[in-house]
Design a protein around this ligand. Structure first.
Ligand SMILES: [Zn+2]
Length: 438
């Protein structure tokens, strides 16, 4: 009886089911579709999206009856942007801490910082960043909580590749007083002290257990930095969980050790000279240079320092070092969102004379590769997750067009349209994508 009823219902519902299937398709009309890999714009393309994925892309694709159509025919559509180095659960400020994040950490709980991370993630997504590598300084794993909340379906946000706690020799990047270090272990959880091989292995395992997707180390924050052999151990242990290692590097010796060991990516550019760039290019080591522009209110960069940054970036480019767009923008600039601050970093790249097509590659293709998402998320291709953005101008002509992102789609859902966030579809009263996502 039951079976007959179901069969009858099924036959009656066939028409309705078919309609539902086609109405589950979204078609985007892209006036210009920017392919950053090829460095070209293709005119009058159609992108078909089904569920969370791209089904097809091409000129004159047939739009299925009942499909929802989004008209971006006056815009340039391109894949989402990547910030390869940020700290969403950290926002240091002029007041009260005078931009010293040691004090931010002392006075703000992990819970408060996790909520800031949610807001910063939304601000990044609104500026077109669909992937962020979140490289530590997140209190007690606020970065893992952010990633989990986004992946489980509680909130909108970029895809997060997070590092958990930064692992380093005693003290990390802090200079605690002896009494605070010994009696209060004040460095933890902002840094995880790991001075011996046993401690290094344990620290990596702790991060993996608590949700890290990449391992971040202080190579040389203190004079007792890691040797190439110690970095090899870190790379080996991380590789067990298929994780790459990024090193914070600030000295030439540190750069040499990290490069010799074959680290995945190097954060910050101050220690990278022509010789290091040549070695990085040879070994294919990613450069997350975090090149702060001049002119950010409250974050002065001297003319000399900026000149060194520009020459370093140009030298890396000329040596064909794999470049990522990375900001380290973990502070508040009054009047700007976190995403807007990050896009100000375009200035450094244009001032260094990097061609727009290569700036765009660093922000997209290279960003997907350094994040390890390049086979599933990033490019606008059939089978990939539907993450894409649109701007009014053509960023190949003027990369500053990216500062006015008008449209953002993440995982097939519209997050921003006509320059206004419309995130309702991303909020749920439960973990709709599964509570097992950790
Ligand atoms: Zn950083």
């Amino acid at each position: 009886m039951k079976r007959v009823t179901i069969a009858l219902l099924a036959s009656l519902l066939t028409g309705a089911a078919l309609a539902a299937q086609t109405t589950g398709v979204t078609a985007i009309r892209a006036g210009r579709l920017l392919d950053p890999e090829a460095g070209v714009v293709r005119l009058n393309q159609v992108i078909l999206i089904e569920g969370t994925r791209i089904r097809d892309v091409g000129p004159n694709l047939a739009i299925p009856a009942g499909a929802k159509v989004i008209d971006l025919s006056t815009m340039t559509v391109l894949p989402g942007l990547v910030d390869a180095h940020n700290h969403l659960a950290l926002t240091y400020k002029p007041v009260p801490e005078n931009n010293v994040y040691y004090y931010t950490y002392v006075q703000e709980s992990t819970a408060l910082r996790a909520i800031q991370a949610v807001s910063n993630g939304i601000q990044m997504l609104a500026s077109g960043f669909t992937i962020v590598r979140d490289m530590g300084n997140a209190g007690n794993y606020a970065d893992s909580a952010l990633r989990q909340a986004i992946e489980q379906g509680w909130i909108p946000g970029p895809t997060i590749i997070n590092s958990g706690i930064i692992i380093g020799g005693m003290g990390g990047q802090f200079f605690p007083t002896p009494e605070m270090a010994k009696d209060h272990d004040i460095v933890y959880p902002e840094y995880l002290d790991a001075d011996t091989p046993d401690e290094i292995v344990k620290a990596i395992r702790q991060n993996i257990l608590f949700g890290a997707k990449v391992i971040k180390i202080c190579v040389d924050c203190k004079p007792y930095g890691y040797t190439a052999d110690e970095i090899r151990l870190i790379i080996r242990e991380s590789a067990k969980a298929n994780m790459k290692v990024e090193g914070h590097v600030q000295t030439l010796d540190g750069a040499r050790s990290a490069i010799e060991a074959g680290i995945w990516s190097i954060a910050h550019s101050t220690a990278l000279n022509d010789e290091m760039h040549k070695l990085m290019a040879q070994k294919g080591i990613w450069r997350a240079g975090t090149e702060t522009p001049r002119g950010l209110a409250g974050h002065p960069v001297s003319a000399q320092a900026y000149q060194r940054t520009l020459e370093g970036l140009k030298n890396a480019y000329d040596n064909k070092v794999p470049l990522t767009f990375s900001t380290d923008a973990d502070y508040w600039v009054e009047g700007m969102t976190r995403g807007e601050v990050c896009l100000e970093f375009l200035k450094t790249w244009t001032d260094a004379g990097i061609p727009n097509a290569d700036i765009l590659r660093a922000m997209t293709i290279n960003g997907y590769k350094v994040s390890g998402t390049d086979e599933t998320r990033g490019p606008i291709k059939a089978g990939f997750f539907a993450d894409l953005i649109a701007v009014a101008g053509n960023p190949l002509d003027d990369v500053a067009a990216l500062k006015q992102v008008q449209f953002v789609m993440k995982d097939g859902e519209v997050f921003k349209r006509d320059g206004v966030m419309t995130p309702a579809a991303f909020f749920h009263g439960g973990p709709v994508n599964g509570w097992r996502i950790r």
